[in-house]
Design a protein around this ligand. Structure first.
Ligand code: AMP
Ligand code: MN
Ligand code: ZN
Length: 906
C-alpha cells in the first residue's frame, strides 16, 4: 500500500478517494476525527512517532550514563517516566485491569510491573477481538458449548486489522482478520511438511545451470529413503537410523547444492562499471500479474530467463505453522510486476531455479537472509548471482538500511510497512495486500542501479566497494537453511532469556511444559507461540496450579490447544511437584556456560554443537559456567564437592569429562562409596547430556550423530583433537598433517583438470536431458501429475518417496538386526551395572551401527574420501573433495532478519 499512498502517479489510490466519500456521509466520530479511519491513522501515526522517539533515546550503557550525569536530563527522564506510567495505568484502569504500576518500588517491582502490562495487553487485545467479532455480526456468547473455563481464542491483531479503506467493504476486511477463517494451506501441500527434529536436507532433485552435477543422492531414489518422521521416535534414534542409511552421502546431503557454482562465480566487468539508472515505470502504467497456475509459472520462468536482472521478494507466514510457510513471491522486471501464489504453486516453484541459478541473470533482493532460507526450505530454490540492496545500503553507510528508507531516499516514495505482518495466507489476496506486496519489488531494480552508481562514486570510480557488496551478497546466497533443532537444553536457553529465577520444581515444570509445547507444535504444525505463548508457559511454571482450572486461569485468553489438553498439562505440573523443592539458584541462570556458544536461532546439531564456536572458545569451560550446575538439584552433593578440592572438577558434567577422560576406575570407586541420595543425584546428573561424552572411551556414547556427520560441523576436527590426547598420537597427527598438505596440493591440481573434463561431459549429457521448460510445458498439456512426470524424465520414478512405509520397519527391525552383529565387537565396554540410565540417550546407539564401521562411529572426512577414491574412481574423488572441504570452512551466520520467523510471541 505504501506506494499507492504517496506516489503521485497514483490517483487510483483507493484510500484517499474513500476518505472523501466518508466525509459527506458521516458526522464526526469523536472530536477532531471524522471517521474511524482518520482516528486510526492518527493513532498509528502517534504510536509510530512514539516508537521512533523511544528508539532515539540514548542507549543504555555509556551513552545513557553520560547523559544522566546532567541533572536536567535526569529530571526530564523522571518526569517523562512518571507521565508515561500514569498514562499506562489510566489505560489499564480503563480496561478494568490491575494497575499499581506507579506505586511500586522502582527496584523490586519491575518484573511484576512487566507482568501487569502483559496481562493488560492480553485483556485489551481480547476485547478488541470480541468487539471486532461483534462488528462482523458474530456473537461470542452464541458460540457452541465449550468446556468450563473456556475463553474465546485469541485473535491475532495485526496492523492490517484496521478498518479497510477504499472499495473493500468493511465486513470483508473484518472477515479477513480471523486466523480461524483462513484455510490451512498445509492441507493442500502435495508434500507433507517435515517437522521432524532432524537436520534439513535440500529439496533439490534437478539442477539447472550446473557446472558440477547434482550428487546421486538427490537424483537416486534408492539412496534417498525417508528417515523416520514420526515425532515419537526419539530424535537421536531417528537421526541415527537415517544416517546409517545415508552415511556415504552425508557430505552431499548437507552441502549447498550450488556451492561449486557459487565458488566459481565472478562478477563480470559490466556489473562493476557505473550504470545509468533506469527509471522505474509508474505503478499505474505497469502490468501486474497474479501467477497461480503452472502454465503461468512456466511462462514467467521463460520471461525471466531472457532478462539480465529482476527483483524478488517473499512474504512469509509463521504463526500457524511450526517452521513457517512462504506465502507469496513478488518479482519485478523493468516492465512488469508478478505476484506468485506460492501456496498454490509450492511444489512447482523449483522450476524457477532455471532463472534463479542462471549466473548471467542478476537477482536483486532487499535483506535476503531469510529469503534464502525460505526459498531453500519450501521450494528447493537457490540463487546464483544475488545483489542485496540491504548490503549496498550498509556499504554506503546510509542513515538506515530498511527498504522504506531506500524507497524514500531514491524514489521519494513513502512506504508503509504495516502489512508486513499481515496474514499472507489469505486468499483471495485483498487488493491492499496485493498492492503492498508489489511495491516491495517494483522499485528495486531502479534502486539497484542507483546504489551501484553511488558505490562507485563513493570509491572514486574504483570497483572495490561495489565488489564487496557483490561478495557479501554471494555469501548470503551461500547460506544453507538449517532447521531449528530441539535439544534437551533448549528450555534452559529460553529460561535464561526470560531472566526468571525458578526453584527446582518450577524449573522442572518449565522444562516439561517446554517439551510438551514443542511436541504439540510439531504434531499440529503450529508455532510454539500459538500452542502456548511463552509468558503463559512461565506463569504456569511459576504458579504450578494444583487444579486444571488453575492452568486455565494462567492463560488469558486460553490457547485452543491448552484448552484441549489441560489435563495433560496438569499431569506435567503434578510431576514437577514431585521434585524435591530447592530454592532457585539464580546464578545458574546467569552463567554463560552455553551462552558463549549460543545463538539461539541457529540450528544446533546437538545439544553442544560447537560448529559455530571458534576453537579457542572450546575447552575453556570452568565448572562454574556449566549449563547444568553442579549441586543445583541436590545440595548434599554440592556440599561434598566443595569439601573435596580435587573432586570439584569431576562433579559437574562437563568437568568430569575433562578430567576423568582416561580414569574410569576412579569414577567407579567414587560410585561405590556413594549413599543412596548421592546415587540418585548422580543418576539425574548423568541423565543430562555431557557435551564431551562422545570423546570418552565409554560405551554409552550419546551425541547427536548429526553433528558428526554434518560437514559444516566443526566436530570433525574437534572430535579428532579430543581423541588424540596422548603425545604419540599428537605427533602422528602432525606428520599426517604435513602429508595431507602435500596431498592437497597435488589433489587441487588434479581436481582442476578433472573439473574441466567433467564440465564438458556434463554439458554434453545435459543436451540429452529434456529441459525443465519442455517438461513443464508437457505437463501442462497432460494436466496434473507434474512432479511425477518431471521426475521420471530425470531417470527416477519419484524424488519424494511416500512416507510412513519405512517407519515401522525401521523402528523395530533394524535395531535388532544390527544389535546381534555389533555386540561382540565391544568387549571393552565399561560396565553399566553401576547405575541404570532411564532415558534412551543412555542406550548404546552404536549397536545400530554398520558392523563394518567397528567402533569408529565418528565421521572421518579423510577416511571417507579415501573410500570414495577406491569405490568411485577419480570422478567421485574430486567432487567429494571440493564439496566437503569447502563447506567445512563456511560457517553460516544469521542476520537479525533471521529472527523474524520466530516472531509469534504474545
Ligand atoms: P519483507 O521482506 O519486509 O517483505 O518481509 C518478509 C516477511 O518477513 C514478512 O512477510 C513477514 O512474515 C516477515 N517479517 C518482516 N518484518 C518482520 C518483523 N518486524 N517481525 C516479524 N516478521 C517480520
Ligand atoms: Mn523481503
Ligand atoms: Zn516483502
Amino acid at each position: 500500500m505504501a506506494s499507492s499512498k504517496s506516489n503521485d502517479s497514483e490517483k487510483s489510490g483507493l484510500q484517499d478517494s474513500n476518505a472523501e466519500n466518508n466525509d459527506e456521509e458521516k458526522e464526526e466520530l469523536c472530536p477532531g476525527f471524522k471517521d474511524v479511519d482518520a482516528f486510526v491513522k492518527y493513532g498509528l501515526g502517534a504510536v509510530l512517532s512514539a516508537t521512533k522517539a523511544s528508539a532515539g533515546l540514548p542507549q543504555a550503557g555509556d551513552e545513557y550514563d553520560f547523559y544522566r550525569s546532567f541533572p536536567g536530563f535526569q529530571e526530564f527522564c523522571e518526569s517523562q517516566g512518571d507521565k508515561l506510567l500514569h498514562c499506562m495505568s489510566q489505560i489499564m484502569r480503563h480496561h478494568g485491569c490491575r494497575s499499581h504500576i506507579r506505586d511500586q518500588s522502582k527496584l523490586t517491582g519491575l518484573e511484576e510491573r512487566f507482568d501487569l502490562v502483559v496481562d493488560s495487553n492480553d485483556v485489551i487485545l481480547e476485547r478488541a477481538g470480541i468487539l471486532l467479532d461483534e462488528a462482523d455480526g458474530l456473537n461470542r456468547s452464541q458460540q457452541p458449548v465449550m468446556p468450563a473455563g473456556f475463553q474465546p481464542p485469541k485473535i491475532v491483531v495485526s496492523s492490517w486489522n484496521r478498518k479497510g479503506s477504499g472499495s473493500s467493504s468493511r465486513s470483508e476486511t473484518f472477515r479477513l482478520l480471523h486466523a480461524k477463517n483462513v484455510a490451512r494451506p498445509q492441507l493442500k501441500f502435495k508434500e507433507k511438511v517435515d517437522n521432524s527434529n532432524t537436520p534439513f536436507i535440500p529439496k533439490i532433485f534437478i539442477k539447472p545451470n550446473a557446472l558440477k552435477p547434482l550428487p546421486s543422492y538427490f537424483t537416486n531414489k534408492q539412496i534417498q529413503k525417508e528417515r523416520p518422521e514420526d515425532v515419537d521416535v526419539p530424535a537421536a534414534l531417528a537421526d541415527f537410523i537415517h544416517q546409517q542409511r545415508t552415511q556415504k552421502h552425508v557430505e552431499d546431503m548437507f552441502a549447498h547444492p550450488y556451492q561449486y557454482e557459487l565458488d566459481h562465480l565472478t562478477t563480470p566487468e559490466s556489473l562493476l562499471t557505473k550504470p545509468e539508472p533506469q527509471m522505474y515505470k509508474p505503478i499505474a502504467e505497469t502490468k501486474c500479474s497474479f501467477i497461480d497456475t503452472l502454465e503461468d509459472l512456466v511462462a514467467l520462468n521463460e520471461k525471466l530467463c531472457k532478462l539480465s536482472e529482476f527483483a524478488v521478494d517473499l512474504e512469509h507466514h509463521s504463526y500457524r505453522s511450526f517452521l513457517g510457510i512462504t506465502s507469496l513471491m513478488q518479482i519485478s522486471t523493468r516492465d512488469e510486476d508478478f505476484i506468485v501464489d506460492t501456496l498454490e504453486l509450492r511444489s512447482e516453484m523449483y522450476i524457477l531455479n532455471e532463472a534463479f541459478t542462471d549466473p548471467s541473470i542478476v537477482k536483486v533482493f532487499h535483506g535476503s537472509d531469510s529469503d534464502m532460507d525460505w526459498l531453500q526450505r519450501d521450494f528447493g530454490v537457490y540463487v546464483v548471482n544475488l545483489f542485496d540492496t540491504h548490503q549496498a545500503s550498509r556499504a554506503l553507510n546510509m542513515a538506515r538500511h530498511s527498504l522504506d528508507h531506500l524507497l524514500k531516499h531514491f524514489c521519494n516514495v513513502d512506504s508503509d510497512k504495516r502489512y508486513q505482518l499481515a496474514d499472507w495466507r489469505i486468499r483471495p489476496l485483498p487488493d491492499e495486500m496485493f498492492q503492498y506486496a508489489r511495491a516491495d519489488t517494483h522499485y528495486l531494480l531502479y534502486i539497484y542501479d542507483c546504489v551501484r552508481a553511488q558505490l562507485l562514486d563513493f570509491n572514486h570510480g574504483q570497483p572495490g566497494l561495489l565488489q564487496s557488496v557483490w561478495n557479501k551478497s554471494k555469501d548470503i546466497s551461500l547460506k544453507r537453511y538449517l532447521k531449528p533443532i530441539y535439544t534437551e537444553e533448549s528450555y534452559l536457553e529460553l529460561q535464561r532469556k526470560q531472566k526468571k529465577s525458578f526453584n527446582t520444581q518450577q524449573l522442572t515444570a518449565f522444562r516439561l511444559l517446554f517439551a510438551w509445547r514443542n511436541k504439540l507444535a510439531r504434531q499440529e504444525d503450529e508455532s510454539t507461540g500459538y500452542v502456548l505463548p511463552t509468558h503463559m508457559m512461565i506463569k504456569i511454571a511459576e504458579e504450578m496450579p494444583r487444579e486444571p482450572q488453575g492452568i486455565i486461569a494462567c492463560c488469558n485468553p486460553v490457547p485452543p490447544v491448552v484448552r484441549q489438553q489441560v489435563n495433560e498439562l496438569h499431569l506435567l505440573v503434578q510431576q514437577a511437584r514431585e521434585m524435591p523443592l530447592l530454592k532457585a539458584e539464580i546464578a545458574a541462570q546467569k552463567t554463560k556456560g552455553l551462552t558463549t556458544i549460543k545463538k539461539p536461532e541457529v540450528t544446533l546439531f546437538g545439544p553442544h554443537d560447537t560448529s559455530r564456536v571458534s576453537e579457542s572458545d572450546l575447552p575453556q569451560f570452568s565448572p562454574n559456567e556449566l549449563p547444568v550446575k553442579k549441586g543445583m538439584l541436590f545440595s548434599e552433593d554440592e556440599h561434598q564437592m566443595d569439601d573435596d578440592d580435587d573432586d570439584q572438577r569431576t562433579c559437574g558434567l562437563t568437568a568430569s569429562a575433562k578430567i576423568t577422560l582416561f580414569e574410569e576406575p576412579e569414577t567407579k570407586k567414587d560410585q561405590e562409596s556413594l549413599s543412596a541420595p548421592h546415587m540418585k543425584a548422580r543418576r539425574i546428573i548423568e541423565s543430562f547430556e555431557n557435551p564431551f561424552r562422545m570423546y570418552l572411551p565409554t560405551s554409552d556414547v550419546h551425541i547427536s550423530k548429526n553433528a558428526k556427520f554434518d560437514p559444516s560441523s566443526k566436530i570433525f576436527e574437534i572430535s579428532k583433537r579430543w581423541k588424540l590426547q596422548s603425545m604419540e598420537e599428537q605427533q602422528k597427527e602432525l606428520e599426517a598433517k604435513k602429508k595431507a598438505k602435500q596431498e592437497v596440493k597435488e589433489h587441487a591440481k588434479k581436481a582442476n583438470e578433472e573439473r574441466n573434463k567433467e564440465k564438458q561431459s556434463y554439458q554434453e549429457s545435459l543436451a540429452n536431458v529434456i529441459t525443465i521448460r519442455q517438461q513443464a510445458a508437457e505437463s501442462v498439456k497432460s494436466g496434473g501429475k507434474k512432479r511425477e512426470r518431471v521426475a521420471s524424465l530425470v531417470g527416477e520414478s519419484t524424488p519424494r518417496p511416500t512416507k510412513k512405509q519405512m517407519k515401522s520397519a525401521e523402528k523395530s527391525e533394524k535395531p535388532e538386526k544390527s544389535e546381534k552383529s555389533e555386540k561382540p565387537e565391544k568387549p571393552e565396554k565399561s560396565p553399566q551395572d553401576v547405575f541404570t540410565p532411564f532415558d534412551y540417550t543412555q542406550s548404546d546407539l552404536k549397536v545400530f551401527a554398520n558392523p563394518k564401521s567397528k567402533d569408529n562411529t565418528q565421521f572421518d572426512p579423510n577416511r571417507q574420501s579415501h573410500d570414495n577414491k577406491k569405490k568411485r574412481g577419480p570422478k567421485g574423488q574430486k567432487s567429494n573433495f571440493a564439496a566437503g572441504n569447502r563447506s567445512l570452512s563456511y560457517l553460516t551466520g544469521r542476520s537479525d532478519r533471521g529472527f523474524r520467523h520466530n516472531w509469534p510471541k504474545r
